[in-house]
Design a binder for this molecule. Sequence first.
Ligand code: SS9
Ligand code: ZN
Length: 328
Amino acid sequence: MELISGAIMPGFEKPARAEIIKARVESEKLGPILPSAEHDLGAAKRVHAEDFIDFLPAVWPMWAAEGRSGTAMPFSWPTRGLRDDVRPRHIDGLLGFYSFDAGANFVAGTWSAIKSSYDVALSAAELVKAGERAAFALCRPPGHHAGRAFMGGYCFINNAAVAAQWFRDQGAAKVALLDIDYHHGNGTQQIFYERSDVLVVNLHGDPMVEYPFFLGHADENGAGEGEGFNHNYPLPFGTAWEGWSEAFEDGCAKVAAYAPDVLLVSLGVDTFEKDPISQFKLVSGDYPKIGRRIAKLGLPTLFVMEGGYAVDEVGVNAVGVLTGFEEG
Ligand code: SS9
Ligand code: ZN
């Protein structure tokens, strides 16, 4: 369940999304489709705080220990002027301590889904490291809103950030991360903001009017060592291919100029005209064009699934990017 527009409603980020994407991968004869291998949490702790990662599997047991069922959801946060240097003991306090919104919620199976999503990202990264031109990590839940020590927006572990750091630890000198989900990848930006070894490029709904608010403006270019290695393209409601592709072209030029060893794509298809929670106007025919342009960069590429909530078309659109890439 999620809190949206003043009501607790069934979450838009639902299991059918992954099933539908997988079915489309099969019918388009992409693949092979490989299972993920189990990984320990070491790679997660390279980009996330250790205490945050250790908290995630503890949420449901702590919630259940209060005699509760349903959905574990935060409702109180350490905002400006309150103390974020003291970690509460109660589960309700901890949920707020480790989140920026009420959008990353738990049921009994959530930790196992988070862990699987993480395993999928790392397993796909290994394929690219082993020499595949590209791989697609069909991650669910998504990850780009998860920061160093916070979850939110359906995201718990930042799968793309974990994979980017993993490539660095495997010897890649420079990694680029291109986030084309409709929402700003606030977690990804926060994780790499002071670093020059991971370029982050983000196209998204303008945070003046769109979730997740509070980050993603055009003047956020990185800090310290990372100055000049973060690029945001906030775009207005109603943005269709013409406006979107202009920003995308600029973002691709930034990636090309950076000349990374590997490219990560945070692949959200909530830019789609019929997405129920988004305000861009891309059509299904646009997604293969995105894939073809990414292919032109000529980089080893790992696609990591993020958002996309028009469930009927999520397979066609996500896999459209992949088939476009294969042609390009
Ligand atoms: C918009 C509510 C936003 C969270 C959306 C998270 C998207 C992750 N009215 N709810 S890609
Ligand atoms: Zn999104």
